[in-house]
Write a protein that binds this ligand. Structure first.
Ligand code: MG
Length: 274
């Protein structure tokens, strides 16, 4: 089994990066692993921490229509160049946390995606150098208010609600290019999305090189590589699970966002990090 790099919160409230062990304990690192974090003597027992998203990026850069069949179901062609947008880091929630449907949308969709985690500062990176800048891989759900996306003509509001980026549960360093991505609703046997990562129009290293020509990518930043065909709506009470072979599965429950209340996990975590 590949090493699983996690980020956790101890019962005392401290944040730690670490290595998940087979018995679910966490061997703590003294820094994020992409910033040369080293193993310490501290070990957290399986019942003594809660899992967080595995990194705390300065930004999430996402790519639209990066699988041909999904571009077609959205009523468009595959773009000539990557179609980029940004999700704020406050959209991130951990595996097992709730996705909250806001009152302003009547159509919120799941989008299972491969997420890249950057290991290095990256500016004007060549295609040849790009692969070495990717530290690892995790799973994301690019939750989208589809009605607002169509209504607004640009995507900021639709993509940016708190809880709209489940991420995790851990990072692995290696990934087979032919690995399959699948999304399941309510533990149904058949997936609602299923595609090989090799079906992407623009590859992970192409995306890193392309984005780095526009903005500086920082260690820990996240790139969402686009979703395959089969996106669809989420309802209150749904359980949505995104699986990627060789990584694992990311599962979240859907709830209605309470009026006038922000989710404590997302906001507290972000401020504790800074
Ligand atoms: Mg997407």
């Amino acid at each position: 089994m590949a090493q699983r790099y996690v980020r956790v919160q101890s019962q005392g409230g401290q944040l730690h990066y670490g290595l998940l062990q087979p018995d679910q304990s966490v061997q703590v690192l003294d820094a994020p692993p992409w910033l040369t974090g080293q193993l310490t003597d501290l070990q957290l027992a399986a019942d003594s921490y809660s899992i967080l998203a595995p990194c705390a990026p300065s930004k999430i850069v996402a790519v639209g229509r990066n699988y041909g069949e999904h571009a077609a179901e959205m009523g468009g062609d595959v773009p000539q160049e990557p179609l980029l947008f940004i999700k704020p880091s406050t959209t991130i929630v951990a595996a097992g946390s709730a996705v909250l449907i806001p009152a302003s949308s009547h159509r919120v969709d799941y989008e299972g995606e491969l997420a890249l985690v950057m290991g290095d500062r990256c500016v004007d990176c060549s295609l040849e150098a790009a692969q070495s800048k990717i530290w690892g891989y995790t799973i994301a759900n690019d939750v989208t208010a589809r009605d607002l996306q169509r209504q607004d003509g640009q995507w900021t509001r639709a993509k940016s609600f708190d809880t709209f980026c489940p991420l995790g549960p851990w990072i692995v360093r290696e990934l087979s290019p032919g690995a399959r991505l699948q999304t399941f609703l309510n533990n149904a046997k058949n997936p609602v999305q299923s595609a090989a990562l090799s079906e992407m129009v623009f590859s992970p290293e192409f995306l890193v090189a392309y984005i780095s020509q526009i903005m500086t990518l920082l260690p820990g930043d996240v790139i969402l590589t686009g979703t395959p065909a089969g996106t669809g709506p989420l309802q209150e009470g749904d359980q949505v699970r995104v699986e990627i072979e060789g990584i694992g599965s990311l599962s979240n429950e859907v709830q209605i966002r309470p009026a006038m209340a922000l989710p404590q996990t997302a906001t507290a975590e972000a401020s504790a990090e800074r």
